[in-house]
Design a protein around this ligand. Sequence first.
Ligand SMILES: Nc1ncnc2c1ncn2[C@@H]1O[C@H](COP(=O)(O)OP(=O)(O)O)[C@@H](O)[C@H]1O
Ligand SMILES: [Mg+2]
Length: 359
Amino acid sequence: MMKAKGVSVRKVQVAYGAVQVIKEMDLEIAPGEFIVLLGASGCGKSTLLSVIAGLRDVTAGQIWIGDQNVTWAEPKDRDIGMVFQSYALYPQMTVRGNLSFGLRMAGAPKAVIEARVTEAAAVLQLSHLLDRKPKALSGGQRQRVAIGRALVRQAGVFLFDEPLSNLDAKLRTELRAELKRLHRELGTTMIFVTHDQIEALTLADRIAVMEGGVIRQIGTPKEIYRTPANRFVAGFIGSPGMNFFDGKVVLDPEPRFIGPGFELPLKGYAFTTPQAGKATLGLRPEHVGIRPQGAHPQFTTALTSVEPMGAETLLWGKLGEAPLSIRVDTLTGLDEAPALTFEIDPALVSLFGEDGQRL
Ligand SMILES: Nc1ncnc2c1ncn2[C@@H]1O[C@H](COP(=O)(O)OP(=O)(O)O)[C@@H](O)[C@H]1O
Ligand SMILES: [Mg+2]
């Protein structure tokens, strides 16, 4: 079976002329880990992936795969398999031919080719399609063949650059689940690039959130969602997005946040660095407590508008003088209510200092 390898990105910089696209980046990926590089278009995800693959040169720093410094190694000598967004299969070859092509070119023995193609086809549920040509396959089946072509190489690290972006929503969800299963079964190291936060949250062991060539936070999906390290990550993750309120933190005699037209005692908030002064409070629409139990500070608002989202509904009201979005299960019937009393559990909010870092 495959031997999963770790990847170490050490002080890597990539520049195009005067433009620094990757800014002195460090990233340690454990063997067998599923890492997702998440960020908006243009933030440097593909560039980072291509320097790991050896398709582009670093301007400074080193790339290690396993215990090898591969910074200047050819792509074929890096023990990687790659799947891109646009998958070019050979149209004149069958699925079997496409899957085995790389191994045949590398001169692998017939029995080895046969065994690996059979295994990859089984894992990807392509066994019954081996004699078909690409034009007789659906988009999802073609993309599975593209993944299979990388898998048969049994590389130490697999790199995926937005491999699901060209598929429709339903197929994307299916293939996402398959990739997750594949990773569990094979235990391979996977580095997966996407701009889709749902893809990142569902697939990743750890997510690296990128902006402008910098990793803004790296952590488990839960850490990134629950304790965003800075204001950027807080706003980037979550849909509909987090509510933000500008105000200040007061620490004496008790910690509290003073916002526009409201005050929130902060009993239960786990400060990283307690600091008085200007701050921003973040509250996710799904963390507004619509069934107050009396344990936390309570507020009342008129409900001014309603955005149905199917199973859930986004209600708009106010916290003090500032707009507040509230995410509720549509079945609650709150979409019909004129007003709402809610509570805020300080343990669920995020606070960011003037520099944007979590307090
Ligand atoms: N060959 C190139 N020459 C100059 N600039 C480039 C080149 N390739 C990418 N860039 C720039 O580098 C930045 C990062 O690109 P890329 O890594 O493709 O981002 P992402 O994959 O996150 O969308 C972008 O601003 C892009 O315009
Ligand atoms: Mg890209």
